[in-house]
Design a protein around this ligand. Structure first.
Ligand SMILES: NC(=O)c1ccc[n+]([C@@H]2O[C@H](COP(=O)([O-])OP(=O)(O)OC[C@H]3O[C@@H](n4cnc5c(N)ncnc54)[C@H](OP(=O)(O)O)[C@@H]3O)[C@@H](O)[C@H]2O)c1
Length: 256
């Protein structure tokens, strides 16, 4: 057995939604280091372009700004991607949003925004890209990786009703889609991150010392932790992980 190439992404193309910062950026950097051509997407074009420029130090990284919260926006991203590549090896459905509000006041807008982007978009973006994923799935398998959350597995005390429901739904959607797409040589799996410093998780970013007290590993997640999990699932190493959600949380779900 030759394990030296097991985690390689050399020659593979990857599209990462929400790749301009946070967890998407961590995954983008990891994929680039493993030799993939990486396309990142986000709404704010200037920030997305800037990140692609910075990540280009590590390899081929292209910015494709788009708002993937609507079907039209998702299709615009597919069209922009298709100008660069005629197949897609790895899709990472990472772009996400959160909303917290007390139960009695929780607004419909905080439901629709979160559930549309976190749950509806991964389904329809994957559906729109399936012909390109099928095309890539030749001598190797194509991959879809959904970025869920431990909040879809155990209950976060914060009042983030739509977020928790969207992530639990995404974990089940991952199983359902995996069973369908296996026949097309497209492997679908998910990652459930714990606390990683980002604009979304300002608590982990700005109060890491406080947050780490509740984490058995004694620290928040680092870019290498996220990149390692994503590279595993995206590469030959993760080919037999189908419909599963890999928990990357320093042990939090076992403790809370
Ligand atoms: N950080 C954590 O601790 C943690 C834990 C568990 C799960 N997660 C999950 O990890 C994923 C990434 O979160 P993060 O913490 O890295 O958040 P973040 O720092 O807020 O990054 C979100 C990314 O998504 C993009 N985005 C947001 N709305 C978009 C839209 N409508 N269309 C296209 N791009 C959009 C953002 O760029 P623009 O604003 O420019 O669009 C940005 O690139 C999310 O699915 C989140 O639920 C995070």
């Amino acid at each position: 057995m030759d394990t030296t190439q097991l985690f390689s992404l050399k020659g593979r193309s990857a599209l990462i939604t929400g790749g301009s910062r946070g967890i998407g950026r961590m995954i983008a950097e990891g994929f680039l280091a493993q030799g993939a051509r990486v396309y990142i997407s986000a709404r704010k074009a200037a920030a997305c372009d800037q990140t692609a420029k910075e990540l280009s130090t590590f390899g081929h990284c292209v910015s494709l700004p788009a708002d993937v919260s609507t079907l039209e926006g998702a299709q615009a991203l597919v069209d922009a991607y298709a100008k660069h590549e005629d197949s897609l090896d790895i899709l990472v459905n990472n772009a996400g949003a959160a909303w917290g509000a007390p139960y009695d006041e929780f607004p419909e807008s905080g439901w629709d925004k979160v559930v549309d982007l976190n749950l509806k978009t991964p389904f329809f973006l994957t559906q729109a890209l399936t012909p390109m994923l099928r095309k890539a799935a030749t001598d190797h398998l194509a991959k879809v990786i959904n970025i869920a959350s431990i909040d879809g597995i155990s209950v976060n005390p914060q009042e983030t009703y739509s977020y928790a429901a969207s992530k639990a739904g995404l974990i089940q959607l991952t199983r359902r889609m995996a069973l369908r797409l296996a026949q097309d040589r497209i492997v679908v799996s998910a990652i459930a991150p714990g606390a990683f410093a980002s604009d979304m998780n300002k608590l982990a970013r700005d109060h890491g010392d406080e947050v780490k007290e509740r984490i058995p590993a004694g620290r928040i997640g680092l870019p290498e932790d996220m990149a390692g999990a994503a590279i595993y699932l995206a590469s030959r190493a993760g080919d037999y992980v189908m419909g599963s959600t890999l928990v990357v949380d320093g042990g939090v779900t076992h403790a809370r």
